[in-house]
Ligand binder design. Structure first.
Ligand SMILES: [Zn+2]
Length: 174
């Protein structure tokens, strides 16, 4: 299993160093499928039954940002997908919520990687009014707002929002 959460601590020289993630050996109940799952002392963990990876603030994060971390899909979306036997996948809307949380996102389509990231412009004071850049090896598109991205971002003329079901592995950039 691949983990996106990494742990850092400062060493004697004041440099940040990655360290081994703490053991996930505290029993808990998976918030998605209800199976027995395991978490570490910080509240981060995973479920072997459904594959959900969670962190301690997932209820709060869904409420405040409309996402989860590192899965992106909210627990509400994930529970619906689990019930239907579908793999976990962020909706188009959740993917964009993730963009404003993390600034850099990826997905795959037809074995190609596509990037979506925020780029500050001279007027932007925060993430919400940054430009959105959408690019692949073949193209680069730039949008001024979330609304414009939602209505215009496309691959070969097909709107991203209309082809989202064909999009694979939407994720935070790693
Ligand atoms: Zn589970």
């Amino acid at each position: 299993m691949e983990y996106l959460i990494r742990y850092y601590e400062k060493n004697d020289k004041g440099e940040w160093k990655e360290f081994e993630p703490p053991k996930e050996d505290i029993e808990t109940k998976c918030s998605i499928c209800g199976s027995k799952a395991f978490k570490d002392p910080y509240g981060n963990g995973h479920c072997d039954n459904c594959g959900w990876i969670f962190e301690k603030d997932e209820v709060e994060l869904e409420k405040s940002r409309g996402i989860s971390f590192p899965m992106i899909a909210t627990p509400t979306t994930a529970r619906e997908q689990y019930k239907k036997g579908l793999p976990f996948k962020a909706t188009f809307d959740e993917f964009l919520n993730g963009l404003y949380f993390y600034s850099e996102m990826l997905f795959e389509y037809n074995n190609e990687i596509y990037e979506v990231f925020l780029r500050a412009n001279k007027n932007s004071k925060n993430n919400e009014d940054s430009d959105i850049v959408f690019c692949s090896k073949e193209f680069q598109q730039e949008y001024k707002s979330r609304k414009e991205f939602e209505n215009k971002a496309n691959i070969n003329g097909v709107l991203l929002k209309d082809m989202w079901e064909k999009i694979e592995k939407p994720s935070f950039m790693y």
